[in-house]
Write a protein that binds this ligand. Structure first.
Ligand code: PEP
Length: 249
């Protein structure tokens, strides 16, 4: 059983607005006093400055939902790790399945994004996960290991600084959650892969993501290799998000 501090990260996806963000962040911060875990919100890029101001002086950490693999230059629409750092960003999600699927992100690009984040002291939350078809074909382990291997290969000894998020694609935004046993099985595979790459694998957070909510969080978070959660829909409601945070002890 791991005893390290858990990490609960909200992924707002493309949701929010000035007024709604203000209310949500204030409500989350107000409920954080007794939190035993680290808590972050990964917000759309235009709201980083707003949320940075709202969270200032509180334990709430700030995250981005993506980062460019490039340092700077002619990459219209992209946001660099240095820019994120300017706004106090501590985490950046990379390789979310929605970016792999809708933006054609490859394992190599995800690995390069993780590298760019690390170079600027931002912790990449590297998402891996299989589709339903891949699971049903018995390829779950092969898929997540391939996705993680690209990141391990590109990042050398810095690999111990990443966070991994196992997010079965069939569980994201579907209301269908992996059972704690299904999730633990994959987390154990990922932990073993990290152990082969770094002596620090035991302290590296491996998060579960995919329809985690107030009702199922405790049983998922009780698994020995589940060190926190990446929360989509349920992070948009302060009460739900706070209940998940309370379950992360
Ligand atoms: C996510 O987007 O990373 C996610 C886990 O979403 P949801 O919790 O809504 O399934």
């Amino acid at each position: 059983m791991t005893t390290k501090k858990k990490l609960i990260a909200g992924n707002w996806k493309m949701n929010g607005g000035i007024a709604a963000n203000d209310a949500l962040v204030r409500a989350v911060v107000a409920g954080l006093k007794d939190a035993a875990c680290t808590v972050a919100v990964c917000v759309p890029a235009p709201y980083l400055a707003q949320v940075q101001m709202l969270r200032h002086g509180t334990p709430l950490e700030l995250g981005a939902q993506d980062v460019s693999s490039h340092e700077q230059g002619a990459f219209t629409g992209e946001v660099s790790a240095a820019m994120l750092k300017d706004f106090g960003v501590r985490y950046a999600i990379v390789g979310h399945s929605e970016r792999r699927r809708y933006h054609g992100e490859t394992d190599q690009l995800v690995a390069d994004k993780a590298k760019a984040a690390l170079a600027h002291g931002i912790t990449p939350i590297v998402c891996v996960g299989e589709t339903l078809a891949e699971r049903e074909a018995g390829h779950t382990e092969e898929v997540v290991k391939r996705q993680l291997a690209a990141v391990v290969h590109a990042n050398g000894h810095c690999i111990s600084e990443i966070v991994v998020a196992y997010e079965p694609v069939w569980a994201i935004g579907t209301g269908r959650t992996a059972t704690p046993e299904q999730a633990q099985q994959v987390h154990a595979v990922l932990r073993a892969q990290l152990k082969a790459a770094t002596e620090h694998a035991g302290r590296m957070p491996i998060l579960y993501g995919g329809s985690m909510n107030a009702a199922n969080a405790a049983s998922l978070l009780a698994q020995p290799d589940i060190d926190g959660g990446l929360i989509g829909g349920a992070s948009l409601k302060a009460a739900d998000f706070l209940q998940i945070i309370a379950a992360a002890r």
